[in-house]
Design a protein around this ligand. Structure first.
Ligand SMILES: CC(C)(COP(=O)(O)OP(=O)(O)OC[C@H]1O[C@@H](n2cnc3c(N)ncnc32)[C@H](O)[C@@H]1OP(=O)(O)O)[C@@H](O)C(=O)NCCC(=O)NCCS
Length: 178
């Protein structure tokens, strides 16, 4: 398994993985364009995993949660594995690398919203240091249907270098679809 930075030319593979995973379990609706996805995610913390043949099997990235300077070190995690390659450790390796990259970039809290029935994601996040904050009721609307979401978060340990680094620049606002 090889982990590297996600590049614009990976978008076809990345969007195919999103399309193959969308639905109530991931609390995702419409597929974004590259421009929308690119504007929404922090530039320095985007990763893909590839198998031995070099095929992209998974991606992970971070979205800022707020434009307030006081929250510049807080980001939301996305990690998606191609359904064909699940259960082979891609999600764990990618998320562990994303956490390490986020700490080096000066982020101090990562959060994730997960559907309550998405036991694979909740298990993986808890194993990598996330804790359940609580369940938000009727939080997401996917194709007109309301869904609850479990909020999990991982706080960088107190005293870690991430706490003293300058926080990353916040991504530009998401452009409207044309
Ligand atoms: C959640 C997800 C990223 C896990 O990736 P993965 O590559 O299949 O997971 P891994 O093979 O690295 O396994 C990680 C852990 O999850 C467990 N796991 C995997 N699938 C599971 C399932 N269906 N139910 C319960 N646990 C499961 C594994 O057993 C492993 O735990 P262990 O080491 O204690 O045995 C993947 O299922 C996915 O892409 N889901 C859709 C998108 C999503 O929900 N993302 C998370 C929210 S941001």
């Amino acid at each position: 398994m090889h982990i590297r930075a996600l590049l614009p030319q990976d978008w076809e593979d990345v969007s195919a993985i999103i399309a193959g995973s969308a639905g109530p379990s991931t609390l995702d609706g419409e597929l974004p364009t590259w421009e929308q996805w690119d504007a929404r995610h922090l530039p320095g913390s985007r990763l893909v995993a590839a198998n031995r043949e070099g095929r992209v099997t998974a991606w992970a990235a971070l979205e800022p949660v707020s434009e307030r300077p006081a929250l510049a070190g807080v980001a939301a995690v996305s990690v998606f594995v191609d359904p064909t390659y699940r259960g082979q450790g891609f999600g764990r390796h990618l998320l562990a690398n994303l956490i390490a990259a986020s700490e080096q970039a000066g982020l101090w809290t990562l959060q994730a919203y997960v559907a309550p029935q998405n036991t694979a994601a909740i298990h993986l996040l808890e194993e990598l240091g996330f804790r359940k904050v609580g369940r938000r009721e009727r939080f997401a609307k996917v194709d007109g249907v309301w869904h609850d979401a479990v909020l999990l978060e991982r706080r960088t340990p107190a005293g870690s270098p991430a706490e003293t680094l300058p926080p990353p620049a916040i991504a530009a606002a998401v452009p409207e679809a044309s």
